[in-house]
Ligand binder design. Structure first.
Ligand SMILES: [Zn+2]
Length: 279
């Protein structure tokens, strides 16, 4: 039963992700503008205080327009007032719901005491991750305003678990994990002058490494991210001409790999050990 509620909660947060991503992007466009009009617009776009509105005509949306997935199906993805297609996708809502449910089913720790708090923090991280995926797919960018709060959450999670288990070793292993991914990405960024890997990916690396928890898991994360990235770009590569000119953001594969490693890192590590040291 809990899993159903969590899935529904995830769908609702997915709806929030759609609005969040659009607002952060609009605010970024406004960043350099001055004057009254920009100030008013800024207020309308406030993530906490602003009302939901159509991105095209600016009409305020009523509660019936905001029911996740169902409103989209009913209105076929168009604004009720101006008829323009709205970029918000119900896929984002369903994806977040699925991740919430999967996280509950596959959560590697207990759900007691401080570990319940880390589960809640993980769900918040999942919401941020989904927003980053959508942002990167649309605008080829991982905005600091999403990346840095996630780094804070991941660091807090590591710290809380360490205090709860009275073990400093886990903190050092997580920091080492972060150093492995950050170091590698930073090097790739420097060598290629930003051609192979984006600056946003380098900043995100710290969060990914902290979540991975150990250097081995950090390397596993990079392996899965490369695998997913290759699989996703394969159809384009095989298609010929435009294959290599089309940019493929690396953020989404990295984030999917992080989710895999957080939820399934232990069985993966066990399997690998079995492979290397057969008993
Ligand atoms: Zn509209």
């Amino acid at each position: 039963m809990v899993v159903v509620w969590l899935a529904v909660l995830g769908v609702i947060f997915g709806s929030f992700v759609n609005a969040l991503v659009w607002r952060i992007h609009e605010q970024a466009q406004l960043a350099d503008k001055k004057g009254k009009v920009a100030a008013k617009r800024r207020q309308e776009l406030s993530i906490i205080k602003g009302r939901s509105m159509c991105p095209h005509c600016g009409h305020e949306l009523a509660a019936k327009d905001l029911v996740p997935v169902l409103s989209w199906l009913w209105l076929r993805g168009k604004c009720r007032y101006c008829g323009t297609k709205i970029p918000d996708s119900p896929l984002v809502e369903l994806f977040t719901g699925l991740l919430f449910a999967l996280s509950y089913i596959s959560w590697p720790q207990t759900l007691q005491g401080a570990e319940l708090a880390t589960f809640a923090a993980w769900l918040a991280i999942v919401v941020g991750f989904t927003a980053l995926i959508v942002y990167d797919l649309r605008w080829y960018l991982l905005p600091d305003r999403l990346v840095f709060p996630l780094t804070g959450l991941a660091a807090l999670q590591v710290f809380v678990v360490a205090v709860w288990r009275q073990s400093g070793e886990e903190v050092w292993m997580s920091v080492l994990g972060a150093a492995v991914i950050f170091g590698l990405f930073w090097l790739l960024f420097q060598i290629s002058k930003g051609a192979w890997i984006g600056g946003g990916d380098v900043k995100l690396a710290v969060t990914l490494g902290l979540l991975a928890g150990t250097p081995f898991r950090a390397l596993t994360l990079i392996f899965f991210a490369s695998l997913i990235g290759t699989l996703v770009s394969l159809p384009q590569l095989l298609n010929g001409k435009n294959g290599l000119t089309q940019r493929i953001p690396f953020g989404p594969p990295l984030i999917l790999a992080a989710i895999i490693v957080v939820l399934y890192g232990t069985p993966i590590a066990d399997w690998y050990q079995h492979l290397v040291l057969p008993s």
